[in-house]
Structures are given as C-alpha cells and as structure tokens.
Design a protein around this ligand. Structure first.
Ligand code: ZN
Ligand code: ZN
Length: 346
C-alpha cells in the first residue's frame, strides 16, 4: 500500500478538503500512474453531493485523469514506465459478459467498476483522480498520444468519449447535419469532434451568449432555443441531435427538428422523468436514444482521433485548493469549458 495525498469530500455536501488515502500495492497487471491533471466533471458534483443517490464517503472524485506511468507490474505488457496515459470513468468490469467481450465494458452486465464512488474487485472503495497517484489494471488504462498535452487531454477521458461515442455510432460525418444541444463541458467537445468528423454542426443553446465561442470551436450555425423562431426555421433539419443538457427540456420540440430516421441522443439526463407524446417519434420513424461514455477500445480510438485533429478541451487550469469554488462555478455554468486541477498543487 502507498499513502498518497488527495482532495476528498468527507461527507455528502461537505466541502472537499486535503487528506490522504491508501492506494493498493502494484499487482501483476497493474500500472502505477503519477497523476498530472484531473478534470472536473459535472457528475463529480452530483456524486459528491449525493444528487444521484447514496454514495461512499470519504469520496475522492475525478474520472478525467491524465498522467505518466511510474511503475508497472511484472505481467504488464501494454505500458512502460514513462508512458503518457489516461484513465476515464471505469477501472474494471467483469470481462466475461457479452458487452465486455465486444469491448463495450461501460455496459457490463454485472456493472462496470467506477473510477470512484464504487467498490473494486478487492472489496475496497475506489478513489478518483483528485490525488497524486492511482493504481489501475492495464486493461483499463488509455494511451495519450504525444501530440496531445496532458492538461487538455484529461477532459477527453469523460467529456470527449461521452460525445465521440454517439457521434461515431450514429455516423456523424460529411453530408450529415448534426445539432449539439448545450455548449458546456460536453457540448463544446461535441462541437469540436463533430466538426472534425466533417459534419455540418449547429449549436442549440438557451441564448446566443456563447455564439462567438461556438463558431470558433467549429460550429457552422448557432441558434437560441429560447427563440420560438428557431423551432419553425429548423423543423425537420437534422440527422442527429446530441443533447448534453441535464435540465428539463421540451423533448417533443427537439424531436420535431429531426429528419425522417433522425436520432435524438441524450448524454445528459434530467433528474425527473419526462412526459412525451410518442407521436413525436412515430411521425418520421425517429429514434430517441441515450449513450454512456464508451468502451476502452473506442476511448483509445477517440484519443487517437483527437490527436490527429489537434483537438483538446478548452480548459481553466486551477489549483486543488480552488476546487470548491470551481464546483460553484460549474453549477452556475461559469466555466469555459472545463476546470482541470493541476494535481502538483495537492
Ligand atoms: Zn464525467
Ligand atoms: Zn461485463
């Protein structure tokens, strides 16, 4: 076991504070990673505040991890000391079910092991990236290509793959009209990635406040959802809409913007169930779908794609001591577009 410094929430809704945690000894197939940067995902806040139900405390959040390998177990074949690596939302899964076997470990039938707020196969709670080091089985570690700086690569491990996977699955590309709902941490990555895939990209945001940013990030068009004219003008337009918003929305109105056979894919989810008139999908043979992160193989593909296209997240680098303030700013949508903790400050 190794004692490492970390930032943890001692209890639900309590501010995060500096503490120490134990990391397991490096096992045969484990990689020890010196964490350099950890992104702050909105779901860190949901979990630290028990917004998604009962959680495990103390909690060290963080599932957008970028660092450098500092030790490998005797059986490790994929990584060497000095390699630049990342860890996303999961650190293990059953490896035997049909979903694991086809590389979609995020949909493991026995449940993936979350990077934090979960219990590992050793029976111990998992602790995330707001810490100096982490020990992870090599099969759940990603390679960060040389072309990507570690700080802007960190958010790709959740925000990047969460948006890449549905864009990839629903074939965003040349000749396709893609809309991205919401221009936050997830939305700004969706815009960059969809643009790099060659799609014609429209941002649908509540207001036009971030229009200049959106166009700079790669959007071709930008419309306000608060303006009823948007829905008249864009009716029946899109092949694919990726919604990154977790606030309640008019799903019927969004579905009306799809072409025949179009899909509305949610990567954000309102906390309350929605009421929907199913004629919104019946007329036009439309799909209302969801998508959650991506498998390990697809996450690696996403990192390679981002390196090839020079895509990183837009970040505000902060020290660990600023994390509580950063949480408040995320809740107020006051971040462009992802906070990343410089873990050297822990
Ligand atoms: Zn996340
Ligand atoms: Zn499985």
């Amino acid at each position: 076991m190794t004692t490492v410094a970390a930032y943890a929430a001692p209890a639900a809704k309590a501010p995060l504070e500096r503490t120490t945690i134990e990391r397991r000894a490096v096992g045969e197939f484990d990689v020890l990673i010196d964490i350099k940067f950890a992104g702050i995902c909105h779901s860190d806040i949901h979990q630290a505040r028990e917004g998604w139900g009962e959680a495990i405390f103390p909690m060290v959040p963080g599932h957008e991890i970028a660092g450098v390998v500092s030790e490998v177990g005797s059986g490790v074949t994929k990584f060497q000391v000095g390699d630049r690596v990342g860890v996303g939302c999961m650190v293990d899964s059953c490896r035997e079910c049909e979903n694991c076997l086809r590389g979609e470990e995020q949909y493991c039938l026995k449940g993936m092991v979350g990077t934090y707020n979960a219990v590992g196969k050793d029976g111990q709670p998992t602790y995330g990236g707001y810490s100096e080091k982490i020990v992870v089985d090599e099969n759940y570690v990603l390679r960060i290509p040389d072309g990507l700086s570690l700080d802007v690569a960190a958010p790709l491990l959740c925000a990047g793959i969460t948006t890449y996977s549905p864009l990839n699955h629903w074939n965003a590309g040349p000749g396709k009209k893609v809309a991205v709902v919401g221009l936050g941490g997830l939305g700004h990555m969706a815009v960059k990635i969809a643009h790099a895939m060659g799609a014609e990209v429209t941002v649908l945001s509540q207001s036009l406040r971030k229009k200049d940013d959106g166009l700079k990030l790669g959007a071709d068009h930008y419309h306000a959802t608060s303006d009823p004219k948007t829905f008249e003008e864009l009716a029946g337009t899109f092949d694919l809409i990726v919604s990154t918003v977790s606030a309640p929305m008019d799903f019927g109105a969004l579905l009306s913007l799809l072409r025949v056979d179009g899909a509305l894919v949610n990567v954000g989810a309102p906390e309350e169930p929605i009421a929907l008139n199913l004629f919104s999908v019946i007329g036009g043979r439309k799909t209302l779908a969801g998508s959650m992160i991506g498998g390990i193989r697809e996450t690696q593909e996403m990192l390679d794609f981002c390196a090839e296209h020079g895509i990183g997240a837009e970040i505000e680098l902060i020290s660990a001591a600023e994390v509580n303030e950063a949480y408040e700013r995320v809740l107020a949508s006051d971040v462009r577009y992802r906070f990343v903790i410089d873990t050297a400050t822990i």
